[in-house]
Ligand binder design. Structure first.
Ligand SMILES: *[C@@H]1O[C@H](CO)[C@@H](O)[C@H](O)[C@H]1NC(C)=O
Ligand SMILES: *[C@@H]1O[C@H](CO)[C@@H](O)[C@H](O)[C@H]1NC(C)=O
Ligand SMILES: *[C@@H]1O[C@H](CO)[C@@H](O)[C@H](O)[C@H]1NC(C)=O
Ligand SMILES: *[C@@H]1O[C@H](CO)[C@@H](O)[C@H](O)[C@H]1NC(C)=O
Length: 367
């Protein structure tokens, strides 16, 4: 008789409510990929190799036996004018196909191959076409990456370390995503970063070669993001008044790339998983916080990668679609101020490739 009464189903339903309530947050929140010990050890070995000064000296002197560079003991003096063959390392960080490979192909062109290197970190759990041309065989040993987790910091550091080890002529390191496009020619980018007309020695040069990285301290969400791993967890390594935010699409000098791959202290905290995923963007904090603590005057505090944050959805900036692509848009996106222009922009949807290629030679890559 009991089974036919409406009482039991109602009772069971009521009983299940608190149980649902208890587990719902875990079921609903996206799962984070923890950084495993073997992955951590792999990275450590790579970073130790990249930061070993002795191997650096060796590769440097092997490829650059010029008397002027060997006279200077510290790496910052090796950049730029005394070495006309300084290169820019383009570090592509992606978890999908490189949609704009044909545009980048035109950007790099045929005459500049001795002035750049390309490195691609592609999430190995996603099937990605290995493009021909300049991207061919430029894929580095990669690991899984996930939004709202420290895996994006690891991926960027892996790219920096690989590029440091690979070529001692890599002088600047630019992190680029698959949604980024160039706003200028390679020649323009090269001359903006490594001006060959600069005086050869002196403080002016040291000052000139700064990292282009956004470093902000006045964002309204900063306190929530600081406590995303739990209250006061970042202490003592990172006091709140030293916590910074900025875009992960930056351009670092060789000196700062080395500093980043050598770093262990802040990483101990930044690698911890977040308790609140909605406030968890470790890659937007680790790099600006570290460089702001270690060398604020060596950084511009602004980025050269333009992004449109008006009407952002779910932490994503505005994504440009084909009808928006026009010469006027490119000119608008370049504008920074009277002395500087943006070099790159994001985010563009993959189907913007054709309209972008149409204006590549006449607008984007025209100086
Ligand atoms: C580090 O360098 C050593 C010696 O050159 C090499 O055998 C090893 O494979 C390197 N490890 C990584 C992860 O780069
Ligand atoms: C932060 O400061 C910059 C530069 O002073 C300013 O342009 C920006 O509007 C400020 N942002 C907030 C959220 O206060
Ligand atoms: C930024 O995005 C908004 C839409 O979210 C658009 O109206 C505006 O024109 C964009 N700004 C630029 C400079 O493209
Ligand atoms: C250009 O803008 C950047 C970032 O806001 C600023 O640091 C720099 O001083 C500006 N330069 C001039 C000449 O206004």
């Amino acid at each position: 008789m009991l089974s036919s009464s409406p009482f039991l189903p109602t009772f069971l339903l009521l009983l299940s409510l608190p149980i649902l309530f208890l587990f719902a947050p875990r079921i609903l929140s996206p799962r984070q990929v923890p950084i495993s010990l073997p992955d951590e050890l792999d990275d450590l070995a790579l970073f130790q190799n990249a930061s070993s000064e002795s191997s650096y000296h060796k590769t440097w002197s092997q490829s650059h036996l010029s008397s002027s560079s060997s006279a200077y003991p510290s790496s910052k003096f090796r950049l730029g004018a005394t070495n006309p063959k300084s290169k820019i390392a383009f570090l592509f960080l992606t978890n999908s196909n490189l949609h704009f490979a044909p545009l980048w192909e035109r950007f790099f062109g045929e005459k500049s191959h001795h002035l750049y290197n390309i490195y691609v970190h592609a999430d190995p759990t996603v099937k990605i076409d290995n493009p021909k041309g300049v991207f061919q065989d430029r894929f580095i040993p990669s690991k899984v990456t996930q939004r709202s987790s420290p895996t994006l910091i690891s991926a960027a550091r892996r790219l920096l370390a690989t590029a440091l080890l690979d070529d001692s002529a890599n002088a600047y390191f630019a992190v680029i995503s698959q949604h980024c496009i160039p706003l200028h020619s390679f020649k323009y980018v090269y001359h903006t970063l490594l001006d060959p007309k600069l005086p050869k020695l002196g403080q002016f040069r040291e000052f000139k070669y700064r990292s282009f990285i956004e470093i902000l301290s006045n964002e309204s969400t900063l306190w929530d993001r600081y406590n995303a791993r739990g209250e006061n967890v970042m202490l003592p390594e990172v006091p709140f008044d030293e916590f910074r935010v900025g875009s992960q699409f930056f351009i670092l000098t060789r000196r700062h790339a080395l500093l980043v791959v050598k770093e262990r202290r802040l990483w101990r905290k930044f690698k911890l998983p977040c308790l609140r995923v909605e406030s968890c963007y470790p890659e937007e904090h680790y790099f600006p916080t570290l460089l702001s603590m270690e060398d604020p005057n060596g950084c511009t505090h602004y980025t050269l990668t333009r992004v449109n944050w008006t009407e952002s959805v779910n932490g994503h900036p505005h994504t440009y679609r084909p009808p928006e692509v026009s010469p006027a848009l490119i000119y608008k996106l370049r504008q920074l101020n009277s002395t500087s222009e943006y070099l790159f922009a994001r985010k563009f949807s993959p189907d913007c490739l054709d309209p972008l290629l149409e204006i590549a030679d006449s607008v984007i890559l025209k100086d």
